[in-house]
Design a protein around this ligand. Structure first.
Ligand code: NAP
Length: 292
């Protein structure tokens, strides 16, 4: 039975991982303040005491706007910490699973991004997540970095905000010029659990041959406006709902500290081919997520 060290249990993906990974082995799951990604010594001590076969890092500094005013803290959490975990993973031949983002791209390609496309982050968040990917790769450990996009759950993120706005406002305005692929946190956790099962069922070489960065997001793309429209349509709970109108807006109308890529859809076909999985269309995934 494998020993799994899960860093981050209270975030969207971390919360779901607790459920999907529980049957897979001996899981040691920790969250802030018991683990602090900006404390390198603490991270080293944790890995050395747990001695895991697999490290999953679901924690990150994810407040994209606040990151602009806290670049050093963001870098410590998103880049240095994951790099330290990967170095420790390498020393004990552990596999490291980590998540990254479509925000490593500038959104100007005009079509879905593949893994060989050149990153060009527009924000501190995107830049530090890219540095985290690079630090993990440089460690030489067996790693899987899953770049995803617009991760949501009923416990946070955009979906929760839309449901809140629908109960607080009559008119909701959502940008229709930011395009990507909404991806449920539950799906990311299920995919991670499935990968861990595959790692368990095979030998070390299987994993080493497949290590790398993969795009892993729902199929097809939509605007934030289209996404919100479907969330409202599928919302099973009409209680307290005030919203009368959902109106499209442009990114330029909302001033935010961080710049976001406009079209950052990810092409996940490499991931699907290498790991033999099919990632659902974003709308099918949303329908399932809204059911429960
Ligand atoms: N959300 C998205 O749209 C999205 C899209 C693509 C990729 N990703 C990536 O997917 C992964 C999971 O995202 P998510 O949406 O599940 O994130 P999330 O819900 O924001 O959870 C991140 C967790 O990390 C914790 N954390 C923050 N600083 C920490 C520190 N110094 N030490 C330890 N833990 C710390 C947070 O705690 P507090 O809440 O107490 O700060 C939170 O529980 C991240 O790597 C993220 O970059 C996210």
């Amino acid at each position: 039975m494998k020993k799994i060290l899960q860093i981050g249990t209270n975030g969207q993906v971390g919360w779901e991982l607790l459920r999907t990974c529980a049957p897979l082995g001996d899981v040691v799951a920790v969250d802030y303040p018991d683990v602090d990604l900006s404390d390198s010594d603490g991270l080293r001590e944790l890995v050395r005491s747990v001695k895991p076969d697999i490290i999953i890092n679901a924690a990150a500094y994810t407040n994209v706007d606040k990151a602009e005013i806290e670049p050093e803290k963001t870098r410590a959490i998103n880049a240095t910490g994951p790099g330290v975990l990967a170095e420790e993973a390498k020393k004990i031949d552990a596999v490291m699973v980590h998540y990254s983002t479509d925000y490593v791209f500038d959104g100007t390609k005009g079509g879905p991004y593949v893994e060989t496309d050149q990153p060009n982050p527009l924000s501190v968040y995107g830049q530090t997540k890219l540095e985290g990917e690079q630090a993990i790769a440089a460690s030489g450990c067996a790693y899987l970095v899953l770049r995803s996009s617009w991760i949501y759950s009923k416990h946070g993120g955009f979906l929760e905000k839309v449901l809140e706005w629908a109960r607080a406002q009559e008119i909701i305005r959502i940008v229709d010029d930011q395009i990507s692929s909404p991806t449920p946190a539950r799906l990311m956790a299920e995919i991670t659990a499935s990968l861990i099962s595959k790692i368990e069922a095979t030998n070390e070489n299987w994993m080493l041959e497949r290590k790398g960065i993969y795009h892993c997001a729902c199929g097809s793309c939509c605007s934030r406006y289209d996404w919100a429209k479907e969330v409202l349509r599928l919302d099973p709970n009409s209680l307290g709902k005030h919203v009368q109108k959902l109106l499209p807006a442009s990114t330029a109308e909302f001033s935010t500290p961080a710049q976001r890529p406009l079209r950052s859809c990810l092409d996940s076909s490499k991931f699907e081919a290498i790991f033999g999985m099919k990632i659902p269309h974003w709308l099918n995934a949303l329908e399932l997520a809204m059911e429960g």
